[in-house]
Design a protein around this ligand. Structure first.
Ligand code: PRP
Ligand code: ADE
Length: 177
């Protein structure tokens, strides 16, 4: 059942102390990619959430880099578009930007200006939410393009960091640490 699949996925995620910096407990998703059955569980849990709770979606937006691992697999199953949000300077043509906070200073993320049409129903997908800075900047970017953010969806939520408090749109995480 669903809880069994969540436990299998959660059990495959490893924790590394002090990576990439002292004090950070890094949650590594790549072990779950070694086993196609576990990867399939992770993708199906996210896809089923959308089918059951959201319904029809026009666009899955994936956040660089680890949102790119899940987003396209989901869009194929949902029969919708996939659109990437990348760190600035990587996408050709006219782009829309949003800035976001890092530990020191700020960075800029971009999407191609024509990638989302006004009124389209968008689900933003990433592997993990920590402080929520990345996800809230993505929401701002989609809103600038007049997309309708119907869900912010992640596989993993780090509860201590309370990133969800930064979001004004519906949010769902498959599993929590
Ligand atoms: C990680 C993760 C999220 C973000 C979450 O990406 O994949 O995108 O951090 O952190 P936040 O909620 O505090 O903003 P990272 O910035 O490490 O980039 P990467 O995916 O390119 O490795
Ligand atoms: N991105 C931000 N914080 C993270 C963490 N603790 N583990 C993995 N990815 C992250």
């Amino acid at each position: 059942d669903e809880n069994t699949r969540i436990s299998r996925v959660k059990g495959a995620i490893t924790a590394i102390q002090d990576f990439p910096k002292p004090g950070v407990l890094f949650r590594d998703i790549f072990p779950l990619f070694k086993d196609p059955a576990v990867l399939s569980d992770a993708v199906s849990l996210m896809v089923e959430h959308i089918k059951d709770k959201i319904g029809s979606v026009d666009v899955i937006v994936g956040l660089e880099a680890r949102g790119f691992l899940f987003g396209p697999m989901m869009s194929v199953q949902l029969g919708c578009s996939f659109v990437p949000i990348r760190k600035k300077g990587k996408l050709p043509g006219k782009c829309v930007q949003a800035s976001y906070l890092l530990e020191y200073g700020t960075d800029i993320m971009e999407a191609q200006a024509e990638a989302i049409k006004p009124g389209q129903k968008v689900v933003i997908v990433d592997d993990l939410i920590a402080t929520g800075g990345t996800m809230s900047a993505a929401v701002e970017l989609i809103s600038k393009m007049e997309g309708r953010v119907v869900e912010c969806l992640v596989l993993i939520e780090l509860l201590d960091l309370k990133g969800v408090a930064k979001l004004k749109h519906p949010f769902f995480s498959v599993l929590q640490f």
